[in-house]
Design a protein around this ligand. Structure first.
Ligand code: AMP
Length: 743
């Protein structure tokens, strides 16, 4: 499966979206077609490599839209970060601007003459006869229709060939009808006149409609460009060149030539061009743009650096671990772009409405026309015509198509700048419905860096106990094991390689070290091997009650000691839980620790519901259990051993480590391991969905109020055109407001 993502020109409304999706979706081997009106792009997956994109482009063109396959280099822009996606659209902007100004310059005299023409004061000054004036108006209006407004007619025509209609059709039929009737009335007045008077003409209506709709497009396009500033900002974080060390010599190379293993030289103020690990020097780095964390982070030899962040004061060299499309920055851009072009469920419903809306409106307008023709009296034809035009114009569902995608674009951008990456619109919509959040303890609520706090030997020296246990633990990747090995190292105890070793996930380890049978793990493991632990009793209880993880160590079938390990709570955990409790969201903690350790930690962090001694594979079941009670469940974990639970949850939230952002099973990734971002993510979802709902209200209210008024003959079509262009602008501006929201 290959993902294709290309710009589309000429889409104007929600119904164009479904249209283009349908055209492309009909091709064989094409899947998941997704059109985004706000970013004016289509993305889809194709099955084979030599897929014929040209024929898709032709089919789309046939309907009057244009797939932009040109600009050979990024002919197919995979969802990657190369090139600014905004550049392609500027041409379109320039075209609309030209058309708008032409239209405006002609409309000003057109409108003035037509309006003043009704006053006798003006008529006495005006040197031309009505007949002659109408011809002047015809001359002024013709270029507006055929030059400035040609886009509407082109698309209308292509659509007509396929018996379909969309917003452009409404504008084209509306202004075309006003223009056509007026032209006939001007050139052959006798054909439309009943009593020999010169008939009234509606050139200004046609001209003003085109001008105002173009103005709306222009304002809307301008605002739409602003919605995507987050992606643009992210792209600008990438420097163009990097200085690398070749031997002793510094050479400046293009960023595209960077390879893993290169050594990059960084000075104060430099942007970090790739991901890597510092191998010389130290500095403070501003990582706000990636993680949302505003305080600069101290870095030394061995620290990871992230592409797109900015070095503040020190100088250092680092070895590239990921360059180009694999960097954290590139992944973030890809994720945000993907989210921006995806549709939340709410939009799918809107698309459905929009796809039937236009044909229904056209039929309705025709019905109104007939009714007015029958009841309109003397001037029934022109009254019927103008009301027909008014209905068509006020019914344009232009704002409808922008309501959701602009909010999603701004929302996911706002998330990214706060270190919250949302996979798609669906997750963004779902996050506000979360009722229960399940936290994995280790590495999520706690630092995930446990350290040994007490060693309690029994009939053995402390060093020997530690030496045997650490030798066995050195084979395990568990954080507990790392803590024990670290403790041995700090005491300069040398470890030996176990002769055999077995890892019992969720229980501990067994193995042979220096011909001794060692068992290191929890109570369940001890019971499994019938090891008596009575003599540990009280000490074990006390340490556990203090929130420490205590493991037993048995040697040759006898308990020989305990080691207590503490994993500190993250500084932000308590506050984060407090915030969630305040939001009335239930919180639950899962841990493999025993009950008293778990209880102590849960209490410290402020969680009342916890599950202890959970085996790794049991986490997903607990998520299921809450789901079956009707809860909308979010699971927060580190994405490594929690993958099944993250995938099972309605919303999987992965706590990033700053270097791994594309955690596949998670719908939301918090780039910085800060738990305060969990409530922020929910707020983000709430605000975005609220904005979408407001937008939909504004988009529909113009239509719902306007259509009956127009049908009753109470709405001038020019006012209708103004209302329509304002509705799109108000919707886009409302989405832009979201940008300034504090999460
Ligand atoms: P986990 O499911 O990984 O959180 O582990 C659950 C419990 O099993 C821990 O609290 C320890 O008591 C025990 N355990 C897991 N791994 C080890 C290990 N490498 N050494 C000793 N005990 C372990």
């Amino acid at each position: 499966m290959k993902k294709i993502d290309i710009p589309v020109e000429g889409m104007t409304c929600a119904s164009c979206v479904t249209r283009v999706e349908k055209i492309i979706g009909k091709f064989e081997g094409v899947r998941n077609v997704n059109v985004n009106l706000a970013s004016e792009r289509v993305s889809f997956e194709v099955e084979n490599d030599n897929f014929d994109l040209e024929s898709v482009a032709e089919a789309v063109q046939d309907y009057g839209y244009k797939l932009k396959l040109d600009s050979s280099a990024d002919k197919i822009r995979y969802l990657s970060s190369d090139g600014s996606p905004l550049k392609e659209k500027d041409e379109y902007f320039e075209e609309i601007k030209k058309d708008f100004f032409l239209s405006l310059i002609l409309t000003i005299p057109l409108f003035t003459i037509s309006m003043l023409g009704d006053y006798s004061f003006f008529q006495s000054l005006w040197p031309f006869s009505v007949d002659y004036t109408n011809k002047i108006l015809l001359i002024l209006t013709t270029p507006i229709i055929f030059v400035a407004g040609k886009r509407f007619f082109k698309i209308f025509w292509s659509n007509l060939k396929h018996f379909s209609a969309e917003m452009n059709s409404l504008v084209a039929i509306g202004s075309g009808a006003a223009y056509g009737y007026s032209t006939v009335a001007t050139l052959f007045p006798e054909t439309v006149s009943l009593h020999g008077d010169l008939p009234h003409v509606y050139f200004e209506t046609a001209g003003v409609i085109i001008t105002l709709i173009l103005m709306g497009k222009l304002l809307e396009h301008n605002a739409k460009r602003k919605t995507n500033s987050a992606i643009k900002k992210l792209m600008e974080l990438k420097p163009k060149t990097a200085r690398i060390l070749v031997g002793e010599i510094e050479t400046e190379i293009q960023i595209s030539e960077l390879k893993t293993g290169d050594i990059i030289v960084i000075r104060p103020g430099d942007k970090i061009p790739a991901d890597g690990i510092i191998n010389w020097g130290s500095s403070a780095i501003d990582e706000a743009m990636i993680t949302g964390e505003s305080i600069p982070v101290e870095k030394n030899i061995g620290s990871k650096v992230i592409s797109g962040t900015i070095n503040i004061n020190g100088a250092f060299n680092f070895k590239v671990t990921e360059a180009g499309d694999n960097t954290v920055l590139a992944q973030i851009i890809r994720l945000v772009e993907q989210a921006q072009s995806s549709k939340p469920p709410i939009q799918k419903m809107v698309d459905k409405i929009a796809s039937v809306f236009v044909p229904v409106v056209v039929l309705f307008a025709i019905a109104i026309f007939v009714v007015w023709l029958l009841i309109g009296g003397d001037n029934s034809f022109s009254t019927a015509l103008i009301n027909f035009v008014a209905v068509l114009i006020i019914a344009c569902p232009c704002a409808l198509g922008l309501a959701t995608p602009t909010a999603i674009i701004v929302g996911s951008g706002l998330g990214a700048s706060n270190g919250i990456l949302i996979r798609n619109g669906e997750s963004l919509e779902l996050a506000q419905k979360i009722t229960t959040i399940i936290f994995d303890k280790t590495g999520t609520l706690t630092e995930g860096k446990p350290a040994v706090t007490e060693i309690l030997p029994m009939n053995i020296s402390e060093d020997e106990l530690l030496q045997l246990c650490a030798s066995l633990e050195s084979q395990s990747g568990h954080p507990i094991a790392a803590a024990i090995v670290e403790a041995a190292k700090s005491k300069n105890i040398s470890l030996s390689k176990p002769e055999s070793f077995q890892n019992l996930s969720g229980f501990g380890l067994t193995g042979i070290v220096e011909e001794k049978a060692i068992i290191s793990g929890n109570l369940n493991l001890m019971s499994e091997y019938s090891i008596k632990v009575d003599k540990a009793g009280k000490q074990f209880e006390d340490l556990s009650a203090g929130g420490k993880t205590v493991i037993y160590i048995a040697i040759d079938g006898e308990l020989k000691g305990m080691i207590a390990i503490e994993d500190k709570l993250k500084e932000t955990s308590v506050k984060a839980i407090e915030e969630l409790n305040r939001m009335d969201i239930k919180t639950v903690m899962l841990t493999g620790d025993n009950k008293s350790t778990a209880e102590s930690i849960a209490r410290k962090v402020g969680i009342s519901d916890f599950r202890a001694e959970v085996l790794p594979e049991g986490k997903a079941n607990i998520v299921k259990e809450f789901q079956s009670k009707g809860e909308v469940v979010a699971m927060v974990g580190d994405g490594i051993n929690d993958s099944p639970a993250l995938a099972q949850a309605d919303v999987g939230i992965a706590i990033g480590t700053g270097t791994d952002v594309a955690i596949e099973t998670a719908q939301i990734t918090l780039v910085q391991g800060n738990l305060l971002s969990v409530s922020k993510a929910i707020n983000l979802s709430r605000y975005t969905i609220r904005t979408i709902k407001q937008n939909l209200f504004w988009a529909f209210i113009y239509n719902t109020v306007g259509i009956p008024l127009a049908a009753m003959g109470l709405l001038n079509p020019m006012i209708g055109a103004l209302a329509m262009s304002l509705s799109s602008v108000s919707v886009v501006s409302n989405s832009l407001r979201l940008k300034r929201t504090k999460l």
